[in-house]
Design a protein around this ligand. Structure first.
Ligand code: HEC
Length: 124
């Protein structure tokens, strides 16, 4: 029985995770289309003026940078007014599009990156 139960548990929990990613991905795609696609393009490849985001984002450092750019903008990128959930969703979308694959980013990570980026704004 144990030999059946253990793979079964993996299957159930494995599916749950994929399901959450699918949901986040679908919502994130909408956020991307509304707020990001005009500059970064439908395949994340950017163009002459705007940088590609379809390859370099897949690590924690650039995630931090992404959160900070979204919230505060930079000289070249305007800040985008998104909820924590929308930021989480759009970054999950980006990290799992265009041939990229990554672990799902939980909303808690975004909230903690956010506080880092807030501190950065206070002490630039
Ligand atoms: C008006 C154009 C514009 C819009 C809209 C825009 N961006 Fe950007 N984005 C830029 C520019 C320009 C940069 C480069 C900024 C810099 O280096 O200072 C950038 C940089 C980035 C980077 C870092 C890329 C790297 O390799 O350093 C990420 C990630 C990113 N944008 C994500 C997003 C997301 C997600 C959205 C939508 C929520 C978005 N951007 C909306 C113009 C835009």
């Amino acid at each position: 029985m144990r030999y059946i139960l253990i793979p079964l548990l993996f299957l159930v929990f494995g599916c749950k995770e994929n399901y959450q990613l699918t949901e986040a991905y679908d919502r994130g795609k909408e956020v991307y289309i509304t707020n990001c696609i005009s500059c970064h393009g439908s395949n994340g490849a950017g163009n002459l003026l705007y940088p590609p985001i379809n390859s370099r984002i897949a690590n924690a450092m650039t995630l931090e940078r992404a959160v900070s750019l979204i919230l505060q903008g930079s000289q070249n990128m305007p800040s985008v007014d998104l909820t924590d959930q929308e930021i989480t969703d759009v970054l999950n979308y980006i990290q799992n599009s265009w041939g990229l694959e990554a672990e799902i980013i939980p909303i808690d990570s975004i909230i903690s990156f956010k506080s880092i980026s807030k501190n950065a704004a206070i002490y630039p």
